[in-house]
Design a protein around this ligand. Sequence first.
Ligand SMILES: Cc1cc2nc3c(=O)[nH]c(=O)nc-3n(C[C@H](O)[C@H](O)[C@H](O)COP(=O)(O)OP(=O)(O)OC[C@H]3O[C@@H](n4cnc5c(N)ncnc54)[C@H](O)[C@@H]3O)c2cc1C
Length: 307
Amino acid sequence: MMNEEICRDIRQMVSGKVLSGERMSGYTSIGVGGPADVLVFPDGFEELGRLVSFLTARGTPFVTVGNWTNIIVRDGGYRGVVVSLKNLGAVSLREGTAGGPGVYAQAGANLSDLVSLSAEKGFAGLEFCAGIPGSVGGAVKMNAGAYGSEMKDVIQSVTLMDRSGHVRECDRDQLVFHYRRLDIPDEDVILAATFRLSPGQKDEITAKIREIVTKRRGKHPLEYKSAGSIFKNPQEKPAGRIIEDLGLKGMQVGGAKISEKHGNFIINTGTAQAKDVTMLIEIVQQAAYDRTGIRLEPEVVILGEEA
Ligand SMILES: Cc1cc2nc3c(=O)[nH]c(=O)nc-3n(C[C@H](O)[C@H](O)[C@H](O)COP(=O)(O)OP(=O)(O)OC[C@H]3O[C@@H](n4cnc5c(N)ncnc54)[C@H](O)[C@@H]3O)c2cc1C
């Protein structure tokens, strides 16, 4: 009843799709997750602003998502409104710092589109993002990184919307990035980002991208559904190495399995439920702590209720 009422109200302010009771397993890259009360796809910043301020005034919990590649939704689903920015995906060229090259992207754009556009224009700096399957918003929020670079190294500015729908532009020096996290209030929505790049050689950039994609294919179990690296790398050594040294590769709970190829990936063998994945996470954390004293902290974001 609550869902029908809220869906009706949201449909009056949003022209994009508004779905009720949609199972999140059809959206998360690892293929697990129960239903969300409401899943909405705003079509523009203005209607997103109306939606966010409405939800805040109503006291309804909401969460913003991009490509769902770093999220595990529990089997009971999400009580509240999931706001997908997939319809806000414009990408364009922008001047970077000191007149250098730059690109602007709305939060729902795929990182891969940004990588392709910069390569095509001969702008260097985003090659490290090649093969990261996220959206721009998700990558900025997670301070996504690979091969020694992170979002924080290329961000020039980020446009944010607060929970009342107010928009503000933050320059790089106003933003605090940590390992796999941008420090912003939980309900702030990332609307867009501008990246400062440097002039480069098109063929060199393309060759670097190819090299990175080939490396990733060799290391990651891309033939299975997953959420990427499950744990942050602790200072002592990479999480994947710790898990391998503990002999946990190949361990399976229900349909979730620690990849034989990469210890820090949990793969869905076809029938995994979120509880299988979270149980494996707990088993690994306990084993790592008991046997090495290292506390492994999840990199993935775990949302929602137990079934
Ligand atoms: C095969 C594979 C390989 C991967 N490799 C890497 C890698 O090399 N390096 C790496 O860092 N990550 C990697 N990842 C993880 C993931 O792709 C990145 O973290 C990515 O940047 C997440 O983007 P997303 O759009 O999927 O975010 P989502 O999973 O949709 O969301 C992640 C978090 O960001 C929040 N969020 C999303 N969009 C917004 C927004 N617009 N405003 C506010 N909050 C928002 C969500 O609420 C959630 O907390 C990999 C994942 C997979 C499946």
